[in-house]
Design a protein around this ligand. Sequence first.
Ligand code: NG1
Ligand code: ZN
Length: 533
Amino acid sequence: SQLVETIKSLSDVHPKPPHLRFQYGTAGFRTLGSTLDSVLFRVGVIAGLRSKKLDGRTIGVMVTASHNPEQDNGVKIVDPRGEMLESSWEAHATALSNAPTTDDFIIALDALIQNTKIDISKPARVVYARDTRPSGVELVAALEDGLTAIGAEARNAGVTTTPILHYLVRAINTKGTPESYGDDSEDGYFQKLSDAFKNLVSGRPPIEPLLIDCANGVGALAASTLTEYLGTSLHLILENASISTPGALNYACGADYVKTTQRLPPSLADRLKPGQRACSLDGDADRLMYYYLDERGVFHMLDGDKIAALVAAFIVDLVKSAGLEHEVKVGVVQTAYANGASTKYLAGRLPVKCVATGVKHLHHAAEHYNIGVYFEANGHGTVLFSQPTQAKLARHQPSTPAQSTALKHLVNLTQLINQTVGDALSDMLLVEVVLAHKSYTGVEWDSLYVDLPNRLVKVVVADRNAFRTENAERRLVSPPGLQSRIDELVRRYDGGRSFVRPSGTEDVVRVYAEAVVKSQAEELALRVAGLVY
Ligand code: NG1
Ligand code: ZN
C-alpha cells in the first residue's frame, strides 16, 4: 500500500547500525546520541501507532538523556494522561528498534498492527520536544521523518523540560473536559504553577532569594520564564545557565552530581552564602536536590527523601486541619535507595510502601492512595491526588475558618503540583511553600531526621542479567548463594543494610550500603562490591 511505500522509503534514510542492540529501558532508549538516528525514526512510527491504538489520543515523545553526559541522548514515549508508556509497549519498541533492515522493520510493524489489533485508518497525533543537547537537532529531524511516514499530525513543542512535555500531553488530551489539566501551552503551565504558588504564599513574609543550579540545561530556560511569572513572590537566582557552552551540560553541576558526590557544585562555592538555600535541577529538569552550607561552611544535602518527609508531613497536617483525616488517606512510596532514617521517620507517621526502582513503579503504587507522595532519593518525585479525592476537596463544606483555609491550601496544592511526573520546578515551588508555611530554614528542615551514612557504588560485571532480585529489589535470588553471603556481611555492621541490583539504565550492577558510622557504610559497600565482582 501507499503507507508501506512511504515508510519503506523514509526508513531507508535511517538505517539501523548493524552491530548495536537497543533497549527501551526504565527511561526509554538511552545511549550515545550519535547512534540513535534509526531509533528516533522508528519511535516516530511507533508513537503514531500508539496514538492510533488509543483512538487518536495525543502521545508525547521526549528527546533527552536527562542527567547523563552531554554526548548521550535518549527518547521516551509518553502516554495520553502524561504518564510513562504502558509496559507491554516497551517490549514492542525494543523489538521494532532492533529489526535489522527496512524489510524486517515492515514485517515487525505488520505483526504489531495485527497482534494489538490497531485500526490503521484511525488518526495519529503526537506532540514532541527535546532538551538542549546538540545531538537533539538531528534526532528530532529523524523523529519527524518517522511521524511523517506514519502520517501523524505532529506538534513540535520545541526545546523544553521533560515535565512540561508531560504536562502538555495531559492538557491536550483533557482539553474541554471536566478533568481539564490547564491550557495546552507553556504559558498555561507557567500560569497554573505561578497562580497556585502566589495563592499559597499570599499574606506571608517575603521569601529569601533562592539559588538555582540549572545544570547548564533546559531547566535554565524554564526557570528564567518562571521568574517572570512569579514576579515578586519568589526571587530565583539562576546559576549554571550556560545552555550553549559545549560540554557544560551536567558537568560538575546538577542534581545527579550533588546526589552522587554529596558535594556542592564547585561553581557555586563562592556564590552560596552560609544559611542560604540552593537547589540543583538535572539536565531535563525532572529531578531536584536542595542543600545549604551551615555557619562553618559544611555542606548539608536535602535529597528526595528529605523532600518526601517535608511534603508528606505538611499534607498530613493540612488534611487533618481541613477535618478530612478520616476520609482522605495519605501514603508515601519509596524505593530501596531511600535512606533508612527517612523510612523510619515517615513510617512513624503514615503508610510507607517500597517498590522497585523506576518512576512507573512509584507512580502506580502512589495511585493506590487518596493522596500518594512518591520520591526517589535522587530527587525525582511528585504527589498524586486521586480523582475522587480532588472531587471531595472541591465539594467539602468546611465548618470553621481554619478548616476553610486548610482546604483552600489543599486545592491549590493540586494545581501547584505536576501530577503527571516528577517536575523539578513544580517540586521546588512546593518545597518553598512548605518552608514558608512552617517558617523553616534549611536547618530546621534538615533536622527532621539525620541521614544514615551511605555509599552507592557501580560494579561492571560480565553479565548484569545474571543478577535477579525479589522483594522490591532488596534481595537477590541469583546468582545462587550470593544473597546469603551479603546477609552474613551486613550482620557484622551496626545499623547495616545493603542490597545489590542490576541498573536499568547503565550496563552495571549497583551496590548500596548504609550503616550508623560513615566509614562502616563505605567499608560495607566495598566489601559487598567485592562479592559481586
Ligand atoms: P538505574 O540505572 O536502574 O539504577 C537510575 C536511578 C533511578 C531512576 C532511573 C531513571 C538510582 C540509584 N537509580 O536507575 O532511580 O531515576 O535511573 O532515570 O538513582
Ligand atoms: Zn531527568
